[in-house]
Design a protein around this ligand. Structure first.
Ligand code: MN
Length: 201
């Protein structure tokens, strides 16, 4: 068994103009595919070969000798989750009611959640990710560095993520991470996906 590169849930030009077709092509076919390929090379002929991607990540996270495997496997998972966290024309869809209630309880408003995603994403020094997570039923915004993922924090359930590595926005916005974050947050976040992850559907 090998780890599969899952298909994108939309066309490669469907996130334009915020994320161009060229960025999606490089990000998906070079970066994401590269992490999947490297993970498969590293598990080949080992006792991790028949494990799920999640099991590989948890095993690799607990052993420093697996650092390279962890980085590649976690990046494979994070990217798969990122593509699902985005949706073309997402601004046209309302935040599902159950998620909206939880957001208003824990952030005050959807606007405040968006502000925190922007602020945490901008504050992440160097490469990483910003996440909406649920922990003991309470929602919060966290950021992780490089390949780190809330998956390895047993208490945190990821609901959605935004990639803030430069390769996610440099072709479109050069160094302007703030513009990328603002446009993604306002127009591309897949709130239905976050709601499904919250309710476990
Ligand atoms: Mn990336």
């Amino acid at each position: 068994m090998t780890i599969q590169l899952q298909n994108l849930p939309y066309a490669e030009n469907a996130l334009a103009p915020v994320i161009s077709e060229k960025t999606v092509q490089f990000h998906y076919h070079k970066h994401h595919a590269g992490y999947v390929q490297k993970t498969n090379e590293l598990i080949y002929n080992t006792d991790l070969e028949n494990k799920s991607l999640e099991e590989i990540i948890l095993t690799a996270a607990s052993d420093a000798t697996y650092q390279t495997l962890f980085n590649n496997a976690a990046q494979a998972w994070n990217h798969q989750f990122y593509w699902q966290s985005l949706k073309p024309n997402a601004a046209a869809s309302p935040v599902p009611e159950q998620l909206k209630i939880a957001v208003e309880r824990d952030f005050g408003s959807v606007e405040e959640l968006k502000k925190q995603l922007q602020a945490k994403g901008l504050a992440q020094f160097g490469s990483g990710w910003v996440w909406l997570v649920a922990e003991n039923g309470k929602l919060s915004v966290v950021s992780t560095s490089n390949a780190q993922t809330p998956l390895t924090n047993g208490a945190q359930k990821p609901l959605l993520t935004i990639d803030v590595w430069e390769h996610a926005y440099y072709l479109d916005s050069q160094n302007n991470r703030a513009a990328y974050l603002q446009n993604v947050i306002n127009t591309l976040l897949n709130w239905e996906f976050a709601a499904q992850n919250l309710t476990g559907e």
